[in-house]
Write a protein that binds this ligand. Sequence first.
Ligand code: A3P
Length: 301
Amino acid sequence: GSRHLYLHQHFWCPSTHFQGVINFQNHFLAKDSDVIVASFPKSGTTWLKALTFSILNRQRFSSSHNHPLLTSNPHELVPFLDFIFHGDNIHDKLSHLSNMTEPRVFGTHLPFPSLPKSIKESSCKIVYICRNPFDTFVSLWIFANKINPHSMHELTIEEALEKSCKGIVGFGPTWEHMLGYWRESIANPNKVLFLKYEELKEDANFHVKRVAEFLDCPFTKEEESNGVIENIIKLCSFQKMKNLDVNKSGTVGRNLEKKYLFRKGEIGDWVNYFSPAMIEKLSKTMEEKLSGSGLSFKTCS
Ligand code: A3P
């Protein structure tokens, strides 16, 4: 394929993102009011972007008819810092960014240690979403083969898992990625909120409230009784988002087909793809990499 990985500051950076990542690291200036949605790819980024945007803007768009999520993809409303700065005209981009409505919301796949100083040192907040590595791997495998049909012929699923377990995957190693944010969320709970895809699916109401509290905009009793939380959850649900015209066709970011962002949205689909040997491989790797960290996943083997 045309996409390669560069080992950059201890993570594997896709060649397609390299210039954008370097510029982001060198030029982005965080504001204290910024909110960063961070994730490893295929962990539920699109979903958390939609939820975070809706939570923060619920007063601006209180009538659901004109909600921007009905006519824009979450990645348009919450752009990735990793490729905002791709290409030239950094100065224009910086001035555009400094004029954005606050609070600004951005996405990133960078591991915590690689985030620019201004994000770490300002009081901006980071919400991180993590998904069990079995489903994340399957979601990525299928996604990668859709965006690059040649990749299926380059690597079998077993080989892709071997590579992934060695850490060689875009923005990987996966374990380093999750552990970096996990540790920071423990050391600095006002800075990083660590969410799990599975928990968000099981009890969206509870976790949406947690996000709002973390972002210093808790729901009022009145909002709760008016069904504001339920409306946000419905608007951002997999079925709703997948079936919106705006998400059915066209591209977002750097030529990404929007329809590929919404596949099944389920927990445990990995059982349809993993052989017993693959289960053993990933289970062992996770035990090795995550044991003692306090981070674990319910739905794995
Ligand atoms: P599957 O491939 O298992 O279906 P990301 O947004 O980080 O790229 O993650 C993509 C995964 O999140 C895909 O998983 C996708 O279907 C799922 N997803 C997308 N929108 C979702 C939503 N609103 N609710 C739950 N899952 C969603």
